[in-house]
Design a protein around this ligand. Structure first.
Ligand SMILES: [Ca+2]
Length: 328
């Protein structure tokens, strides 16, 4: 059994990512920890609870993590995932997630208990990891692996304006820009770290019909939940990334990171890079990109995913949502 801790700002794509983990018989989800981002930290925790309950996984504990960034002002993403992170559906779990114990404390305890055994999946801003690193600077070395949705990706050699590259510009990187101090702290830490940024994950725009078909043909609750919460979200993606024939599509960013963790064979290309901060002078936003190592590089090298087998990930999602409950 693989031990996984999930750190999520539970919006629509996070919900799907949680389902992939909840359905996998070889995954033991030790904890789900919330973070602000797509919505408030409070809603993120409740949304994660709702997803797990819908999947019949009431056994998986959810904890409240960071509600605000380390230093910068709080920013959220209501235009994409709705005010509630669930496309303004207003869905709430029967019982809200308690404010205590705090998710960061839970993480530190779990790492002490299962040293070298935990795969950490951060699919929101990296604030909880940064908070835990303040207490335990060797945190990432004590995790088995850390997989993060973030970074602009691998910058070109000596590129000083990676955000100006169209591949990056179309996607931006809210998980990093919403808490750049946290992202920098994680980027500076030694460990087995994989960054899978929006420049890769947003290439996988999935037709809304893919999910609608599974929901209507099976009637299974997890697939139905995805179609319910993604109506507005698919609208956003369809306006932002117009498709031939006006086909409605949606992003599945966080599922790409789950696939990178559970199915490394689906990562078709990656490079080892130190990560560096860049500021966009137009917006003032700060980003992380993987840069070419210097000749006498001393910064830690992390894995930066460059390409994935998108069909393979989609197969994985389809197989999961077509699997009847109970998943455990
Ligand atoms: Ca997310």
């Amino acid at each position: 059994m693989r031990k996984v801790v999930v750190d999520t700002d539970t919006g629509v794509d996070d919900a799907l990512a949680l389902m992939l983990l909840a359905a996998d018989p070889e995954v033991e989800i030790l904890a789900v920890i919330s973070v602000f981002g797509n919505c408030t930290g409070e809603r993120a925790a409740d949304n994660a609870r709702y997803v797990l309950d819908t999947c019949g996984r009431t056994d998986v504990p959810v904890y409240r993590g960071s509600d605000v960034p380390v230093k910068q002002e709080l920013r959220l993403n209501p235009g994409i995932h709705g005010e509630d992170g669930f496309g303004n559906t207003g869905l709430r779990p029967a019982v809200s997630v308690a404010t205590e114990p705090n998710g960061v404390d839970v993480l530190l305890e779990l790492v002490a208990q299962h040293k070298g055994e935990i795969d950490y999946l951060a699919i929101g801003p990296q604030t909880n990891l940064a908070r835990a690193l303040e207490v335990e600077p060797k945190l990432l070395e004590k995790l088995r692996s850390t997989t993060i949705v973030g970074t602009l990706g691998p910058a070109l050699y000596r590129d000083t304006e990676p955000w100006a590259d169209r591949r990056f510009r179309v996607s931006r990187d809210p998980n990093v820009t919403f808490d750049i101090d946290a992202a920098e702290a994680v980027a500076g830490a030694v460990g087995d770290v994989t960054w899978c940024g929006p420049y890769v994950t947003r290439q996988a725009l999935v037709p809304e019909d893919f999910f609608l078909e599974i929901a209507s043909s099976t009637g299974y609750a997890p697939a139905e939940l995805i179609t319910k919460i993604s109506a507005d979200y698919a609208g956003f993606y369809s306006r932002s990334y117009p498709q031939p024939g006006d086909e409605r599509v949606m992003g599945i960013n966080d599922s790409m990171a789950v696939a990178a963790l559970l199915r490394p064979d689906l990562v078709t290309a990656s490079v080892m890079r130190p990560l560096q901060t860049f500021a966009d002078p137009q917006t003032g936003d700060r980003y992380l990109a993987g840069v070419h190592p210097a000749r006498d590089e001393t910064r830690p090298l992390h894995r930066v995913v460059v390409d994935m087998d998108f069909d393979g990930v989609l197969d994985m999602i389809g197989e999961t949502l077509r699997r009847p409950l109970p998943w455990r």
